[in-house]
Design a protein around this ligand. Structure first.
Ligand SMILES: Cc1cc2nc3c(=O)[nH]c(=O)nc-3n(C[C@H](O)[C@H](O)[C@H](O)COP(=O)(O)OP(=O)(O)OC[C@H]3O[C@@H](n4cnc5c(N)ncnc54)[C@H](O)[C@@H]3O)c2cc1C
Length: 829
């Protein structure tokens, strides 16, 4: 009997922990168990009574808040406060900026899938759809990427069109003359433009994200708003935002650019202002901007604004022609056409009215930037980098069917299939994450962690996709020119990797470092409590945290042992995805526990253990990406034909997440905990995931090399010119002709094999001579021969590469350069 009672204890405790039972349930269970045990062991009733009284007294200390706070929590609170690393205001602003959304559920170990499924999948309004179909397509048509590369600027027509049609004011509300578009619409426009060229995409996306409009909308004074917003919306002003300096790139909060509050002359009057010195670089649109946001540190040594001599980072809006501003020179970012360059100024006097939000916002710049970053980071780079992937999937898939080697379409070779599979699944996943995240912004979220997740992962997936595409198209991708549909994207990929938080830093410091504090249900409260010395808040958060950690450990272990088969999933999910929800729930619980153990054992040192932090960030990110894939699959009506893309993307995420778990555990500083994590909590029965199967990969690759609604959905909104002289145009036509011609081609080969047709020597006839012979021999009809000829002509267009005169035609381009100034004509002017 005693052994029965002892055996009963672990499952009872597990059941309570699994259900995150409150304290009193634990106390009740403990009490009942002790009473039963005493009886089973035959203890004298006095002994059982004493044990129960002692237990009740102990339980009371935990159950009665005043007692618990005084005797248990207070010493822990003291130790916690002493151990908490100090945090600067800029770090605090970064950590506290933005909101927590779906990633909070994944972080918490018990994601409420019904919530994910209830988020509305974004849709365009008729007006937005029309802008995408008409104006955006027209801007694509006006963009000749190669010509723009040669003259290093968009054409004057394209510039005019951008300004006149309101591309620069998509996020500006209608009341200020802007388009008032949703974040999703903005993302769709950037995505589509990027399928054509990075030049219009970057030119359009900067004013709509990091440009000053966003800051003005949130913080501008009424005068600033009514002056600038209508002008920005109409394209009368071209904006830029200048934060980065030669000494402060990733560590942007340390900018040495500074201003001192002082009196000076402005428009003939003596006013209170600032004398600012700045040296900024890499500023997008700087060479053509008419107004730029400027971040600098503002000092007030003479106390002209108040008692604080160091006001902190401040954002001002400065006209580009303001006296003392030195602007107009260009950087050359990997041969990009869009404008980028330095902005400098020494002791430039500007009135306090230049500060965004007016003098009372002096020193609030960093918080303003952090709060506005999330929205822009959720849109611009996820949009542009998904656009590149869509274009790659569309063009490279077609090319792989049209291009033959060894008498076979190269897309049918297993080696090429591998690359095509990654291209397809990465594009599907990136688009899912892009759309879901834009939807979150439209729901009013400012998802700081999620925006970092999509920025990092979509740009990394785009790098993989474009690299894979380059491998598939071989020399055709390497020789630049108007016929190269991929080389320019390849050149531009590192830009997305570097800007808006360079990727290594984002992965190593932000995804988990910021995520752990922002998304954790208790840590931020614990930190606030410690900073403010609030014992009551700490008590609530700390004990909640303990219950949460124990529960996650038990849940992860139980789900690991049972393969998570019994985890409840909303009834309305597609049956083929059910297991993914269950396994993600298991990973979420394991992640929540490992995250807690990492923070608990390494504390502030985890900040320096970037490799561990990066892997933890990978797990969180991969769960987010897999959630987006599941959400997309449901939102698109569970298209059976798209299922291979969904399955491959999720298997890949889960396999990578599993490897990231393994990487954390294998490098965990404490070996005992590492063993506990591996053997008990995370992988009690070994690692559940293997790489996605070759068969599944084959299914995905097949989807890329033939026309189908799935291919259209995967590459929706890719700009497809009709002109057969353009690579994207000829590829589409060649793909259709190739698919149509394949049975005829097979007929000829069959006849040849069966000895019904002998082509003889094909000297000098080229690769298509055999079809002529087959026609002459009556193997194929006139129509079939015509089809093969057409296929051949289109294939020749597709596989051609550009060649140039010895000077690459530069003489022609130089003719456009204004002789007097030696500068290219700025089309934007
Ligand atoms: C084409 C282009 C356009 C840009 N547009 C603008 C703009 O419009 N406005 C603007 O203000 N800025 C702009 N930037 C600046 C951009 O935001 C910075 O380039 C970026 O912040 C990185 O700074 P950095 O290049 O000086 O690299 P560094 O800060 O020197 O970083 C170098 C490497 O070190 C890594 N690293 C740094 N710190 C850490 C760390 N703690 N842990 C791990 N890794 C770390 C980084 O990830 C990176 O890989 C632009 C840059 C480019 C190239």
């Amino acid at each position: 009997m005693i052994w029965w009672f002892i055996a009963l204890l672990p499952p009872l405790a597990c059941a309570l922990a699994y259900g995150r039972a409150p304290f009193f349930a634990w106390a009740g269970m403990g009490f009942a168990w002790l009473a039963g045990f005493g009886w089973a062991a035959g203890w004298p009733s006095a002994l059982t009574g004493t044990v129960l009284v002692l237990f009740a007294a102990l339980a009371a200390i935990f159950l009665l808040q005043p007692l618990r706070r005084r005797f248990v929590t207070r010493p822990i609170f003291r130790a916690f406060r002493a151990a908490l690393p100090s945090m600067s205001q800029t770090e605090r602003d970064a950590l506290e900026a933005g909101t927590v959304w779906w990633e909070g559920e994944l972080f918490g170990g018990r994601p409420a899938w019904a919530k994910l499924l209830s988020y509305p999948w974004p849709k365009l309004t008729p007006e937005e759809q029309s802008f995408l179909d008409k104006e955006t397509s027209e801007l694509c048509r006006l963009t000749d990427d190669w010509k723009a590369t040669q003259r290093q600027d968009l054409s004057p027509e394209a510039w005019r069109y951008i300004k006149e049609q309101g591309f620069l004011g998509m996020i500006i509300p209608k009341e200020y003359g802007g388009k008032g578009f949703s974040a999703y619409a903005h993302s769709q426009v950037v995505t589509k433009l990027s399928t054509r060229s990075s030049a219009p995409a970057v030119t359009v996306m900067v004013p709509n994200s990091l440009g000053p409009a966003e800051l003005l909308l949130h913080y501008g004074t009424p005068e600033q708003k009514s002056h600038y917003l209508p002008r920005l919306a109409k394209g009368l002003e071209i904006p830029a935002f200048a934060l980065t300096s030669p000494w402060a790139g990733s560590d942007a909060a340390s900018i040495p650019d500074s201003g001192v509050v002082c009196k000076g002359e402005w428009q003939g009057r003596e006013v209170l202002g600032m004398r600012v010195s700045f040296d900024k670089r890499y500023i997008t649109l700087a060479p053509v901007c008419t107004v730029f946001g400027l971040a600098f540190r503002l000092y007030d040594p003479d106390g002209l604004l108040g008692a604080n001599p160091d006001l902190g980072i401040t954002c001002a809006l400065v006209p580009a022609d303001h006296p003392g501003v030195n602007i107009g020179r260009r950087h050359f970012p990997l041969n990009a056409v869009w404008m980028n360059g330095p902005i400098r100024g020494r002791d430039v006097f500007m009135p306090l009215d230049f500060i965004i939000g007016g003098p009372q916002m002096a020193g609030q710049g960093w918080r303003m930037l952090m709060e506005c970053l999330a929205a822009g980071r959720s849109i611009s780079l996820p949009g542009s980098n998904t656009g590149m992937q869509k274009m790659t999937a569309r063009a490279v898939g077609a090319y792989a069917r049209v291009r033959y080697q060894f008498k076979t379409a190269i897309g049918r070779f297993e080696g090429v299939e591998e690359a095509l599979t990654r291209i397809g699944a990465n594009t599907y996943l990136s688009d899912a994450a892009r759309v879901m995240t834009a939807g979150a912004v439209d729901l009013g979220e400012k998802p700081s962690v999620v925006s970092a997740i999509v920025k990092y992962h979509v740009t990394e997936r785009a790098r993989q996709t474009v690299n894979d595409g380059m491998d598939v198209v071989g020399g055709k991708g390497i020789c630049l020119g108007p016929q190269n549909m991929l080389g320019r994207a390849y050149q531009q990929i590192p830009v997305g990797i570097t800007v808006e938080g360079a990727n290594i830093l984002t992965r190593s410091l932000i995804l988990f470092g910021q995520g752990a504090i922002r998304c954790h249900p208790y840590v931020l409260d614990e930190m606030h409590a410690a900073q403010r010395g609030e014992l009551a808040l700490f008590d609530k958060a700390f004990w909640g945290h303990i219950g949460y950690t124990v529960s996650n450990a038990v849940r992860a272990c139980v789900m690991g042992i049972t393969g998570s088969h019994f985890v409840t999933v909303p009834e309305n999910v597609a049956p083929e995805t059910r297991r993914y929800y269950q396994q993600l729930t298991r990973f979420s619980a394991a992640f929540a526990f490992i995250a807690d153990i990492s923070m608990g054992t390494m504390g502030g040192a985890l900040k320096r253990k970037e490799k561990l932090s990066a892997r933890l960030g990978d797990i969180l990110s991969l769960m987010y990406l897999a959630s987006a894939v599941l959400r997309r699959y449901e939102a698109e009506g569970r298209q059976a034909a798209d299922a291979p893309l969904m399955h491959w993307a999720i298997w890949d995420c889960m396999f990578r997440a599993q490897n990231a778990f393994e990487g954390v555990i294998a490098n965990f500083p404490n070996q005992f905990l590492a063993t506990l994590l591996r053997r008990v909590v995370v992988f009690p029965l070994g690692r559940p995931y293997v790489v996605p199967s070759d068969e599944l990969g084959h299914e995905v690759a097949k989807l890329l090399i033939e026309p189908s609604p799935t291919r259209d959905r995967l590459t929706s909104d890719v700009y497809l010119p009709k002109d057969l002289e353009e690579p994207a145009g000829s590829l589409e036509a060649a793909l259709l002709a190739t698919v149509e011609a394949e049975p005829v081609e097979a007929k000829v080969r069959r006849a040849q094999k069966e000895g019904r047709f002998e082509p003889g020597l094909l000297v000098g006839g080229g690769v298509d001579a055999i079809w002529q012979r087959a026609f002459d021999a009556g193997v194929i009809s006139a129509d079939e021969f015509a089809l093969l000829k057409r296929r051949g002509e289109l294939r020749d267009k597709v596989i051609r590469v550009d060649d140039f005169p010895y000077d690459f035609g530069l003489r022609e381009v130089l003719a456009e350069i204004e002789p007097a100034t030696g500068k290219a004509m700025p089309a934007a002017a």
